[in-house]
Design a protein around this ligand. Structure first.
Ligand code: FMN
Length: 367
């Protein structure tokens, strides 16, 4: 499976987490949030998976073979121990297998026992503790993978930094519940991890905070969470990631999405005269301000393109019932913006199904 990914053009693999415990999977184990009337398309995806079911020796042999057969590809072993010795044993096994780096899974939200997975990622001391164990055991790079099920990822990330981590992966899945029959196992439901398109803004926020933190910003970031297209990957890079990972989108569309990811980024680089992708890592970080520092003295009104407007009235409905009653809509089905009422919130442009409502020029607010 991984060899096929390499052949398809992927640069490397963060392989399924390897452990020394007995893992037995549930069925079914996935659920998805679909767009209304669009079954098959995942807005979000929920999984009840734990770690690799293979014996550790089998997985490390696979990784070893992959690295031998594809020396130019990056092979990362993800590991999770249930006690100190396990972390050390697994880290050493990974290094012996010849992998390029080790990812420490501090973030799976649906482990069988407490004190594992995201329980570690929520506790800075444990993150420091286990990162130190792994770092002391091996000389290859060590990459803790963080949980978003926490108020601020900065605290555990700083713990990882002080323990000598070489990079951070973020995010793992977000604790969640879905209520359909796919979300239950033989009549019982559980809390488990959400991934896919819907989690991207949350992943970006965590990456942003770590990339801006004076201590953790010196680490490298491997961004993951809802990446489907080259634009998604670009956003993570612009916020400070030197590497991105994709999980749910591959499960949904297969390996072929690498073609969009690489061709799209190449086109973007050519259009913007960028020679090296590394040049744009973190370039958007400077464009952020605190809410208190945002410009509150100017306004951008909506502008309606009459060619594109189909007269559906959705802008009017949303503005009437959820906005500021600033769009008139009569029998001619031509929405009119009422300048004296419009606050420039742009709910109208977001609900417009044809993209007919644009941002006009920013002007100074009156008064
Ligand atoms: C079915 C499934 C299995 C996963 N297994 C692991 C795992 O073994 N180790 C791990 O660190 N993360 C695991 N994850 C989390 C993903 O690596 C990733 O962090 C998360 O899904 C967000 O990225 P995405 O939106 O691209 O899927 C798994 C996710 C899914 C959907």
């Amino acid at each position: 499976m991984v060899a096929r990914a390499f052949e398809a053009g992927w640069a490397g693999v963060f392989y399924k987490t390897i452990c020394l415990d007995d893992i037995r999977k549930v069925s079914p184990r996935f659920d998805a949030i679909h767009r209304e009337g669009d079954h098959g398309d995942f807005s979000a995806f929920r999984n009840m998976e734990q770690l690799s079911e293979n014996p550790a020796e089998v997985d490390f042999e696979i990784l070893s073979r992959l690295k031998r057969n594809y020396p130019s590809k990056i092979v990362v072993a993800s590991i999770m121990g249930s006690k100190e010795e396990d972390w050390i044993t697994l880290a050493k096994m990974a290094e012996k297998a010849g992998v390029d780096a080790i990812e420490l899974n501090f973030s799976c939200p649906q482990m069988r026992l407490t004190g594992l997975g995201s329980d570690i990622g929520q506790d800075s001391e444990l993150v420091t503790f286990y990162t130190v164990f792994a770092k002391r055991a091996v000389s290859i790079p060590v990459i803790p993978k963080m949980t978003p099920n926490i108020t601020s990822m900065n605290q555990p990330a700083m713990g990882a930094f002080f323990a000598g981590a070489d990079a951070i992966s973020a995010i793992n899945t977000i604790k969640s519940i879905t209520m359909s029959s796919h979300g239950e196992v033989n009549g019982k439901k559980t809390i488990s991890g959400l991934s896919g398109r819907a989690v991207k803004p949350i992943a970006l926020r965590h990456i942003f905070e770590m990339a801006r933190n004076p201590i953790t910003k010196t680490l490298q970031f491997s961004g993951i969470g809802g990446i489907e297209t080259w634009r998604d990957a670009l956003e993570f890079i612009q916020l400070g990631c030197r590497n991105v990972q994709v999980c749910t989108a591959v499960m949904q569309y297969g390996y072929r999405i690498i073609d969009d990811l690489t061709a799209g980024l190449q086109n973007y680089m050519a259009q913007h005269g960028i020679d090296n992708l590394a040049d744009i890592v973190g370039e958007e970080l400077m464009n952020f301000a605190l809410p208190a520092d945002l410009d509150r003295d100017s306004i951008v009104y909506p502008r309606i393109d009459r060619e594109l407007c189909i007269g559906c009235g959705r802008c009017h409905t949303s503005c009437m019932d959820g906005g500021h009653q600033a769009i008139a809509f009569g029998d001619d089905r031509q929405p009119q913006i009422l300048g004296n009422k419009c606050v420039g919130c742009h709910l109208c442009s977001l609900v417009c199904p044809t993209g007919a409502i644009f941002l006009a020029k920013r002007i100074k607010k009156k008064g």
